[in-house]
Design a protein around this ligand. Sequence first.
Ligand code: F3S
Length: 280
Amino acid sequence: MNIYIAKNSGFCFGVKRALKKTLEAVKQEENKIFTFGPLIHNTQVINRLNSLGVKSTDKIEDAEDSTLIIRSHGIPLKIYDEAEEKNVEIIDLTCPFVRRVQEIAKEYYNKEYKIVIIGNPKHPEVIGINGWCNNSAYIIEEIDEVEKLPFIPKMCVVAQTTITFEKWNTIIKELDKKADEVREFNTICLATKERQEASAEIAKKVDAMIVIGGYHSSNTQKLFKVSKSYCDNSIHIETADELPLEIFEGCKNVGITAGASTPDWIINEVVKKIENEGGD
Ligand code: F3S
C-alpha cells in the first residue's frame, strides 16, 4: 500500500507561533498563565498544556493579576480594555492574518460601511472580528441567508480565514446584488488555501483518505469536506487510536491530510499505524 501525505499538512504558521510562544511563556513567566479559550482546537495539545499549568478561561476575572494569552483566533477589541482594568498582562498571539481582517473591519466600520463577514457566527475568530466593528456585522454562513439581508448602500465584505474558496465565490456573487458599492476583501488565509488544494490533489488519486484533526477544528472539518468530495472513502479522526483498519481493505493508495492545529507527532502515529497494521 502506498501512503501519500498532503503537502502543508498540520500546524500552520499562526498555530505554530502560538504554541511556541506559549511554551516560552510557561518557562519565563512567574504569573499564573491562562489562555482565552483553548489555545488550539486539539484535545491532545490542550491536555499537555494543562499538565504544564496553563488553564483555559473565557472570563477575564479569572485572569486578574495573571497572564492571559490571546490565541491565534483573536478577540473582540473591548476585551483588551477589560483586561487592562483587571491588571491582566496580555500576551497577544492573534495570527497576523486574522489581525488584518480585524483591522479591515475596524477601518471600514469607521468609514461607515456595513461589514459583512462570510463565516460561522459561532466561531471565536468571527466573534472576534465582529468585536472590531462594534458587533454590527452581518454574518453569513450559507448562501440562502443573503436574500434575508436588507439593501446596503456601502458594504465591506471579509472572510473568516478558514472558509473554502468555493463558499467565498458563491456568496460574494449574491452579495454584489445587495449593495450599491461593495468592497471585497478575500481574507482566506493562504495556508488554508494551500492545505485545501493539496488535500484535493491527493484525494483525487487515492482509495481512502484520512483527515486528522480536532473535531471542533473548523479548518479540519473543511478539509474533510474537500476530501470527501473527491474520495468517498474519507474519514475524519483525531488520533491514531480511532483509525478504523477495515477501510484499508482492498486499498492500494491511501492519502493523509491534517488540519492546521494537528501536531506532527499525531500525524506520525497515524502513518506508523497504517504501515504496521493497515495490511500490505
Ligand atoms: Fe493564521 Fe492562517 Fe493559521 S490565519 S492561524 S496561519 S490558518
